[in-house]
Design a protein around this ligand. Structure first.
Ligand code: FAD
Ligand code: DLZ
Ligand code: SF4
Length: 523
């Protein structure tokens, strides 16, 4: 530390660190701390985020700053439109160091690799102590994840999840057994939607003047970014996020489990919590949500398959993908085990396709900056997998279009979970499926221009031929996989002409795909 520094402690808080109990704020005194919050061009444009995502983050940041100020903290807030905006986190911290002459900078580690690289340079750049603190809003620290992963041949989420159940005590009996007798009730979470299945609407939050300013700013500065702002109704404060959570626990958790994998045309949220944007911003604590879910079970208000399913997503999948991301970055970004090279089709941006499942998922994505998990996995992801779309293009798309998308959670889900680009470190097998799966789990096919039961030729559901095209072109790798190998006996039972029909149908369809124009995802 330089002798000359006599200023306060500078605490930069990033856009996804909007938590009052953040590690860098704990133990600080208000008269000796300056909190720095920065709207910067670099973050808003490194990909062309959905308009709602930028408006959400800026509005949540501005609300959080004003709450801190009301509580007596000194907040130095840099707006995107400030004339001398430096454009990057490091540039803004440099300016703040000049303004405040801090004796130290305390910052919580970044969620994303790109930002963490920049933060790690601060101690060389600035003439004061720089302390990078663990983000203890996660149940599992990176060192704990690495310890768990070390020496294991396979990193299965299920094994990790059981450790997290034991660690947190969630849904555990007094004698340390899983509540209800089983660790996982996934097999009870696959109910197809029955005719007329409807879920109570989630609360939408009317934009206040701060949010309206952010919406206007986004319309003005990012007019060519993907998505519509018309339906903006995300919670932007902890108070509103808690109201959204209350509504989920009161009205939707009971059926969350059974219908977790269901899809209904035009019903964008179904029984999902719709809390990911608030959790990822730091407005809601995932562990508190899990405790509330457990309480619903203990109070007899929700069945075990709903509650366990919800808890598994949070202390299982969410924690696991974060550990996985840091363990395999930066390589994960360029992995392409299946050597997929096809450009992303333009319809991912426009929604203009006759495939009803895809057009509905893309419509929801455009209008709400959200699609639910099974749409992301089995419709948008499955299509990208079996059509052989280049992982870099699919990764960019998923990072751009969802209001809850941060690379640490998006990338493992896209590269590893849906595209198998990591070669199977995360998933035991690729999640490839034909139209049959989508037909079973949704009401999409009955209104689709394509015929789901038709396998090849004019009018056949494209997922059917693409599925076999995928299986055929990756036979060498997949045949050895015990979870998938037997599927090839079905293929081998077809005569050569039938196989050729499948491959020709898929080939013709792929040839007709219009590639996305440049500039949707990156400038
Ligand atoms: P719910 O269905 O109510 O689930 C509850 C919570 O569990 C979510 O809020 C989320 O925090 C967590 N969760 C559920 N599934 C996952 C998962 N696979 N990985 C991590 N957390 C999970 N989630 C993101 O938060 N950001 C992303 O960028 C993102 N990209 C995804 C991309 C693909 C290809 C896939 C298949 C999934 C992705 N997910 C992502 C996970 C999941 O789809 C979303 O978390 C979920 O749809 C958010 O809606 P919800 O809050 O209603 O979730
Ligand atoms: C996503 C995003 C955007 C669009 N803009 C900002 C911003 O201007 N300022 C900020 O602090 N954070 C922003 N974010 C979120 C960051 O990208 C996020 O904090 C990183 O994921 C941290 O690793
Ligand atoms: Fe999707 Fe095929 Fe069903 Fe159409 S028929 S909705 S393309 S699965």
């Amino acid at each position: 530390m330089s002798e000359s520094n006599s200023g306060p402690i500078l605490v930069p808080i990033l856009g996804d660190q909007l938590t009052r109990t953040l590690a860098s704020l704990r133990g600080r005194t208000k008269d000796d701390t300056v909190i720095l919050m920065m709207e910067v061009w670099g973050e808003a444009t490194y990909v062309r985020h959905h308009k709602q995502k930028i408006a959400l983050i800026f509005s949540a940041m501005r609300h959080f700053a004003s709450e801190l100020e009301d509580a007596g903290w000194s907040v130095d807030y840099v707006k995107l439109t400030d004339d001398d905006n430096a454009g990057s986190f490091s540039g803004e911290v440099a300016r703040a160091v000049e303004r405040h002459d801090p004796r130290a900078i305390y910052v919580v580690e970044a969620g994303e690799w790109r930002v963490q690289q920049a933060i790690e340079e601060w101690s060389d750049k600035f003439d004061c102590d720089v302390e990078i603190l663990n983000d203890d809003r996660f149940v599992c620290s990176q060192s704990e994840f690495n310890e768990w992963a070390e020496g294991r041949k396979t990193l299965r989420m299920e094994n990790f999840y059981r450790e997290m159940r034991k660690k947190t005590g969630l849904l555990m009996t007094a004698d340390e057994k899983p509540e209800g007798g089983d660790w996982n009730y996934d097999s009870e979470n696959r109910k197809p939607p029955k005719e007329g299945l409807e879920a109570p609407a989630r609360p939408l939050f009317e934009p206040d003047s701060i949010t309206q300013d952010c919406i206007a700013l986004v319309e003005d500065k990012f007019p060519r970014h993907f998505g519509s702002l018309d339906n903006f109704g995300w919670p932007v404060t902890r108070t509103d996020a808690e109201k959204a959570a209350d509504a989920f626990f009161a009205e939707r958790i009971e059926k969350f489990g059974p219908y977790q994998d269901a899809m209904v045309h035009g019903s964008d949220d179904l029984f999902h919590s719709m809390l990911s944007t608030s959790i990822n911003l730091g407005l809601l604590d995932p562990l508190e949500l899990c405790e509330r879910a457990e309480q619903s079970y203990r109070d007899g208000k929700a069945p075990i398959n709903s509650v366990e399913g919800f808890i598994r997503q949070l202390i299982g999948w969410r924690e696991y993908v974060r550990g996985f991301y840091w363990r395999f970055m930066p390589g994960l970004e360029s992995d392409n085990a299946l050597d997929a090279k096809r450009p992303l089709p333009e319809f991912y941006w426009t929604g203009e396709t006759d495939m009803r499942c895809l057009s509905d998922a893309i419509r929801s994505t455009r209008d709400n900056a959200h699609a639910h998990h099974i749409q992301r996995l089995m419709v948008l992801g499955n299509f990208a997998l079996i059509a052989g779309i280049d992982p870099r293009e699919v990764q960019d798309w998923f990072l751009v279009v969802y209001a809850d998308a941060y690379e640490w959670v998006e990338l493992p889900n896209v590269a590893a979970m849906i595209l198998y680009a990591d070669g199977g470190k995360l998933a035991t097998k690729p999640y490839a499926a034909s139209g049959n799966y989508i037909n079973k789990m949704s009401n999409y096919c009955s209104g689709c221009k394509y015929i789901v039961s038709k396998k090849t030729g004019e009018g056949a559901c494209p997922f059917n031929a693409l599925y076999w095209h995928f299986m055929d072109r990756h036979r060498d790798r997949l045949e050895k996989n015990p979870r998938i190998g037997r599927i090839y006996s079905n293929w081998d039972r077809m005569n050569e002409d039938r196989q050729a029909e499948y491959l020709d149908s898929a080939g013709a369809f792929l040839k007709g795909l219009e590639p996305a124009q440049d500039g949707w995802a990156r400038r």
